[in-house]
Design a protein around this ligand. Structure first.
Ligand code: GLN
Length: 541
């Protein structure tokens, strides 16, 4: 866990029930005004105090955990923080000055954005409910078998099922066995590839590894026409990537470096190591040794590579242990172009992440990669311990862990979860092309955003007399009788401004001629007020 600064608050008698116009007249800075607005939105009885529990609940509702490293919430050493906080017993009034310290000390406008609902998934409550439904559905699937090539994987409880999600704003949601560590196995491949890219750059790395799907199993004994492994997401390429990770350091430091990278990628949740898995991997590694010798015979390795060290290092990386919760944050760091959402730290360069996601999208799912790209359309990487790391660029990272695998080595529930996910949400890479015709939800939008956008566009076009734009919007299927907050429709606005052509057009499409706004006025009332004769004539008929 990260270390958190502690702020000791001394309660003061500072009221805050200022309106913005008061604030302006008192010459408050823009920032101060903004703080006041946020405070007042929470100060229901305008008594200059807000409830800590309410604030914490706002964070939790939008998916920001109370132990989020970006938040500074230690109001008082006597106040417990975190999800276990007992709302009623420990409530504590917070005045404006105290609230301001939380705003100022917390990282990256997080508090402000959470209060304003300005995080990437604004309606996190509904999103959570949908994910829970998908989880329950996938849980019923008992298909597949745990990996048995080493006893340590064969003994894992096949019923384990954890799902964790982290958005690029650090909104988190987890279900099931999300705090039980599992072995990353092949999911070490994209991370080691990233580390190699950061160290040597794309050109050098791809002098040793190709970037084409291989079309054969992940441990296939085959190289491309240049005698190089096909890509870094299969064993041969992953062994090669290992040879490029900090090759000048000694073995212990190389491993530490990889472990530290996992830790940073997952918001400082410390990655572990499963020694028994490592020992077993090493003992059953004939194929990986064969791949290593085959590549050495083809002079594929960088000069002065120690083959045995490289293979040992690869087995160690496969034996790194993480939780679904940590892996979801890692995936979110990739979704966020290399900046960890929960710490704000840049761990990888954007170009590195772009390269890695490109190869995850084409080669990340063993022999199911093409099928996965077609049906799911997201960069992902699976491992034989049942982990599946999915990245939705610019939106979120997801980890699904369920040990039963299908015949290709992918988690059965993991695949099922993804299928259900993309049939519910518009997450497939190319869903943007079918937007208009699709029933899929977009959690990125405010609940009524698309409706609000259309109403605003239509009313605006009507008040401008822009018949062409009105026609465009109607062609997109907008309901032209929809009203804004004040009950004003496109008919009202066109009538107020005397835009006869717009009125004609709307009436010809079947618009209601006499809707009432919140003051009881019809478009005819508006036309009479503006003395727009031709509109009056049209509407009176
Ligand atoms: N340790 C396994 C191997 O190298 C990892 C494979 C995997 O997850 N597909 O064979």
């Amino acid at each position: 866990m990260s270390s958190k600064k502690t702020t000791k608050f001394i309660p003061q008698e500072i009221g805050s029930n200022l309106t913005i116009s008061d604030a302006e007249s008192k010459g408050l800075t823009h920032l101060e005004q903004e703080y006041r607005l946020l405070f007042e939105s929470l100060d229901r009885d305008a008594n200059g105090l807000i409830s800590i529990n309410e604030l914490l609940q706002i964070f939790r509702d939008i998916g920001i955990r109370n132990d989020d490293p970006r938040l500074v919430l230690d109001f008082d050493s006597t106040l417990p923080t975190g999800d276990t906080l007992d709302a009623k017993e420990n409530d504590y009034p917070l005045n404006f000055e105290q609230f301001k310290v939380i705003l100022q000390q917390s990282q990256g406008n997080l508090v402000k954005n959470a209060i304003q609902g300005n995080l990437i998934v604004p309606d996190f409550k509904n999103f959570r409910a949908a994910i829970k439904r998908i989880y329950e559905k996938a849980k019923a699937n008992k298909g597949g078998h745990v990996a048995t090539y080493i006893p340590q994987l064969g003994r894992v409880n096949p019923e384990y099922f954890g799902v964790s999600i982290c958005t690029i704003d650090g909104q988190r949601f987890s279900l099931g066995d999300y705090i039980i560590p599992f072995c990353v196995q092949s999911i070490c491949k994209p991370i080691n590839y990233c580390i190699a890219l950061e160290e040597h750059g794309e050109h050098k790395v791809h002098q040793h590894i190709g970037r084409e799907p291989s079309g054969i199993g992940f441990n296939g004994l085959v190289l491309n026409s240049k005698g190089l492994p096909h890509n870094p997401m299969i064993n041969a390429g992953a062994i090669m990537a290992c040879s490029l990770v900090k090759p000048t350091l000694d073995m212990a430091d190389r491993f530490d470096y990889v472990l530290d990278t996992w830790t940073k990628l997952s918001g400082n949740i410390r990655a572990g190591f499963n020694n028994a898995v490592y020992l077993s991997e090493r003992q059953t590694a004939d194929r990986n040794f064969a791949l290593g010798y085959f590549m050495r015979e083809n002079k594929a390795f960088p000069e002065s590579t120690n083959l045995i060290d490289t293979l040992e290092f690869y087995f160690q990386c496969c034996s790194i242990d993480v939780t679904a919760e940590a892996m979801a944050i890692t995936a979110a760091t990739l979704a966020n172009a290399g900046i960890c959402p929960t710490t704000g730290t840049r761990v990888l360069q954007p170009n590195t992440v772009k390269n890695c996601l490109s190869l995850m999208a084409s080669c990340g799912m063993y022999d199911f990669s093409g099928e996965f790209a077609f049906t799911i359309g997201l960069p992902a990487k699976s491992g034989v311990a049942g982990g599946l790391m999915v990245v939705i660029p610019n939106l979120m990272g997801i980890c699904i862990w369920s040990p039963r695998l299908d015949e290709l080595g992918n988690s059965v529930r993991g695949i099922e979860f993804c299928k259900e996910l993309v049939s519910t949400f518009n997450f497939h890479n190319f869903d943007s092309l079918t937007g208009g015709q699709s029933q899929k939800q977009d959690p990125r939008l405010h609940r009524n955003q698309s409706k609000i956008d259309s109403v605003i566009s239509l009313c605006w076009a009507a008040s401008e007399g822009d018949v062409l734009e009105v026609q465009h919007l109607v062609a997109r299927g907008i309901n032209f009788n929809e009203a804004d907050y004040d009950g004003r429709t496109a008919m009202h606005l066109a009538a107020s401004e005397g835009h006869t052509k717009v009125i004609e057009f709307l009436l010809s499409k079947g618009a209601i001629p006499n809707p009432k706004d919140r003051w009881g006025n019809t478009p005819l009332d508006d036309a009479l007020r503006g003395n727009h004769q031709s509109v009056i004539l049209l509407l009176e008929n």
